[in-house]
Design a protein around this ligand. Sequence first.
Ligand code: PGA
Length: 247
Amino acid sequence: MKYFIGNWKMFGVPKSINILKSINSFNLFDKNRNKYQIVITPPYTLIHFFAKYFKKKLIKIGSQNCFYKEKYSSNTSAISPYMIKKVGAKFTLVGHSDNRAEGDTDKMLKEKVKHALKHNLKVVFCIGENKKQKKNNSTNRVLKNQLIKVLEKKFNKNNIIIAYEPIWSIGTGKIPNEQDLSNTVFFIKKILKQIFNNKSPAVLYGGSVDENNIQMLKQLREIDGFLIGGASKSPKKFIDIIKNYYK
Ligand code: PGA
């Protein structure tokens, strides 16, 4: 199963559901539809509405983040995994570089993953190196740390998906070269196998994925799907990514 996950970031109002309706119509009649899962992560404000509308459809809804406490607390503006699950989300991103930059620590991320799993959300755990770390050849060290500081053997690996998103690639139009990306994905899977008894969760790639570079990215069969930001706000681009992937 491949994943195409659209991360809307700070985008969308109720009528933006039309974007999802277009994607859903494509999905419904796509002969490859059993080979992949579409997930959209709108802002919190739209999760309930979207999840209700798509409840019996193939598209799943997720959140872009969750708070590190489980249910209720006195933290103003915080939203817990429990609350997210209760409005119909099935997935949550955790550890997106935007949120790491805003102060998410490994300790907080571990709590987020733990509580999200407890409430039966599938966790898309995001990791990635920045430009300087790449330049210093410390990508593998950084990724390994991000994985081992948060993931534990006792976590249910069937509900964990890893999204490798190099920070220098997010929203820049730049993507890693084929060889580097292939090596990195194999490295991530190697570390995951060490954590999870020789079995690796799915590993996605994210960062400037579009309908053109998917032609190159699809050659790398070890990549289990894509986390798509900018291009997921356009139904045409998002659909073309899937079409070109299976062409
Ligand atoms: P991008 O974003 O596709 O716009 O680079 C990806 C992400 O931040 O998840």
